[in-house]
Design a protein around this ligand. Structure first.
Ligand SMILES: NC(=O)c1ccc[n+]([C@@H]2O[C@H](COP(=O)([O-])OP(=O)(O)OC[C@H]3O[C@@H](n4cnc5c(N)ncnc54)[C@H](OP(=O)(O)O)[C@@H]3O)[C@@H](O)[C@H]2O)c1
Length: 230
């Protein structure tokens, strides 16, 4: 049975990805801040193979909670850095602490988690970083997303860099740059916009990709989009 650590599992794409991975026969370690929403996931999944860990990934002490649990497993086979946040604000109105907030969750949280979990990643494991089309080089760019798209762009390049650094340990790293998916995050950033993809559909793609994608590619920044508003 493969063990997958999944962040941002309390809602949206991550919530559905947790359910898909459990359906595929994986053990899932699901992380997000909201204990209440993770409990909802737990009762929906009703599976002994789901472990929920309420944790703020921007808080070093909380990352220790994840490590403590993982240290007692047989190692992990996949890590999906899905937790993220978005601010849609003109560049000139975006304060330094807002840039920091966006980089903390979209870039530094994956950096810290990968760094701490590296000793527990089994040979043949796969790290999947969830980027965005806004951070994909050459994509259409939208006003208001400078901080978010820059952080996601850096996450993509981080994925390329780590794929070479981790290859001797047989650990693959890829980045999926998602297009619009109908979630709270999208609704808040682009009120009224109707995305062509539902979280459940994207979850099917991501769960299959973490289990199988690295048999075919490593160090890739992949657009997963029908269109690209963010
Ligand atoms: N939806 C789209 O159109 C779209 C497009 C491109 C890329 N993406 C990316 O896809 C990923 C999932 O997005 P989504 O649309 O599903 O968003 P969402 O519904 O807002 O979910 C975001 C998840 O991240 C978690 N999270 C946020 N801050 C956290 C923190 N400090 N510590 C731990 N967990 C945290 C949230 O849980 P808590 O609030 O409980 O902590 C939640 O589970 C994100 O990385 C996003 O950037 C989404």
């Amino acid at each position: 049975m493969k063990t997958i650590v999944l962040t941002g599992a309390s809602k949206g794409i991550g919530y559905q990805t947790a359910l898909k991975l459990l359906e595929s026969g994986c053990k899932v370690i699901a992380v997000a801040r909201s204990a209440e929403k993770l409990e909802e996931l737990k009762s929906k999944a009703s599976s002994p193979h789901l472990k929920i860990i309420p944790a703020d990934l921007t808080n070093k002490d909380d990352i220790q909670k994840i490590l403590k649990y993982v240290a007692d497993t047989n190692g992990i086979d996949g890590l999906i850095n899905n937790a993220g946040a978005l601010i849609n604000k003109p560049f000139s109105e975006t304060a330094t602490d807002e840039w920091q907030f966006i980089f903390d969750i979209n870039l530094f949280a994956p950096v810290n988690l990968i760094n701490h979990l590296k000793p527990y990643l089994n040979r043949g494991s796969h790290i999947v970083n969830i980027g965005s089309m806004g951070g994909f080089q050459g994509s259409d760019k939208f006003p208001g997303l400078a901080a978010y798209s820059s952080a996601k762009g850096a996450l993509g390049v981080l994925s390329e860099c780590l794929s070479t650094e981790f290859s001797s340990d047989d650990i693959s790293v890829n980045c999926l740059c998602l297009g619009a998916v109908q979630t709270n995050m999208l609704q808040k950033a682009f009120p009224g916009y109707q995305a062509p993809v539902q979280p459940k559909e994207m979850a099917t793609y991501i769960s299959d990709f973490v289990l199988n994608g690295h048999k075919f590619m490593n160090g890739k920044i992949l657009p997963v989009a029908l269109n690209n508003p963010e």
